[in-house]
Design a protein around this ligand. Sequence first.
Ligand code: G6P
Length: 611
Amino acid sequence: MCGIIGYIGPNPAYPVLINGLKRLEYRGYDSAGISILDGTPKVYKCMGKIQDLEDYVSGKDITGSVGIGHTRWATHGEPNDINAHPHTSRDGHFIIIHNGIIENWDLLKKELERNGYSFVSDTDTEVLANLIEHIYLSGDIKAEAAVRLALTKVVGTYGLVVICRNEPDQLIAARCSSPLVIGIGSSEYFIASDASPIAEYTKSVIYLNDNDVAIIKKDELILKTLQVDEPKITLQNLNIETGKYEKDGFDHYMLKEIFEQPRSIADTFRGRLVPDQSDIKLGGLHSVLTQIQNARRIIIVACGTSWHAALIGEYLIEDLCRIPVEVEYASEFRYRDPVLGPEDIVVAISQSGETADTLAAVRLAKEAGALVLGICNVTGSGLSRETHAGVYTHAGIEIGVASTKAFTAQITVLTMIALLLGNKRELITGDKYRSLIGEMHSIPSKIEVLLKQDAKIRSIAAGFKDVCSMLFIGRGYCFPVALEGALKLKEISYIHAEGYPAAEMKHGPIALIDNNMPVVVIGIRDKSYEKIVSNVQEIKARKGIVIAIVSEGDEQIASIADHVIEIPSTNIIFSSLLSVIPLQLLSYHIAVLRECNIDQPRNLAKSVTVE
Ligand code: G6P
């Protein structure tokens, strides 16, 4: 959630901070602030977007080559100027930015109040600032020692950066469950909650581990842990795209990312579908392939859109490999004491690789001795570092909060895994294997064809911009797509939407159907096609409005639905890669017509790093 950026070096800090915050704005966007040090610290913060902060700071003193910046997604205390970060301790000794939740803030606050402290904000972060100051003033200790001592009293999660007024030549950073990465430049350091604002300055980075504390000076980086021991340092070369943050003529990042899918899917299978189409190579799984191939069962954990990809993974792996698969919400899995052991294989799917619940599920699975694999879009993220093996999606940076191209890249990886395992288990052999690999190659061009229907989908969207609710139904592979279609709509247009397995309609949702209820039916031709035709008839008999996503050349559903969008013919195992595209476009256009904030929908954040 919240975005953190810090700079210390020879150059003015302000441009690094403000540009960094713009890159991080997808993580939280209800308020923002900076502190810059030039001898004495200055703090500027306000409610609103980074642009509001820029306007607010305009004309003010921004000199200084040490600074921190924060973009907030509110947890404790409503979004307003006072609750915005940075927070300053009562006597002004410490200035702090923080991502995470201090769970025992109430106890700590009462203790500080007994020691004469009062508070101006509603945040847990101000409690932490005052706790550090209280410890600092109570003994003859350095700022970094006060920070470390304070953090031993904290229960909760944090990624934080602290400035001490009396020690203005350093930043102090610490991490517990909320990611922080330090970029190493030439006589300068950067620190951020993810690598995106750092990548343009340096490729040399260190990801902090839990309990690490970094004391960052212009020409020196000292890494300790809360318990003083020196941690292992891993210098990594950043392998992430830079300079690809523009909208390239699209009105929104989301639309750009929808249109990027032919490329992002091809990038995800490039080098993995071998050129003569005879095999699939997934280097990241090579060392554990036999173990996966012989798995007793596979458990997939994820959140949000990634959870929908996981459901499609279940269908694919069970269909093609006959290995039982269970799909779990990471947040439920981590707390419900699941039956797990060394014979299990757990696959965690996460675009960001930083979702708190998914990472916690990974740790739990590792503790139980399971082999833990990751499917992730961000190189160097927590997930990629904490799993035993895995496969990167190569979707490129996804900025729109509502995930689109990451979803189809995840399905691409899951499809490759299922095909590869199916072949190794001798369930898909010879010509069939080659022909499916060949068909996978054709998916990007089929999406290009589908995207040409954008104008048609926009005109369909116009008829639904004022509805209160929408249902999405499908069977088989189309069911998770229905869930994803409903999620997209509610995320960005704030229209209530629900996805259902089509047959479940009769167990409740059918009661909602009248002439005001639009139902999106994903009715791709497969073994349950006739059943879904009946479902469409049942909706029409109750005067519901049907928007149907059907296979090319479909006549049955097309003849009864109100609106029809055709997808190019494909084997059903690839169909979700196609059928989700019109749903992404439909939500997008409805949300645009409702004048919603497409790339930064209210209350949401791209990366949910608190539980
Ligand atoms: C947030 C995002 C979603 C995303 C989910 C899981 O809710 O807004 O788009 O699907 O987190 O994120 P992950 O990075 O783990 O895939």
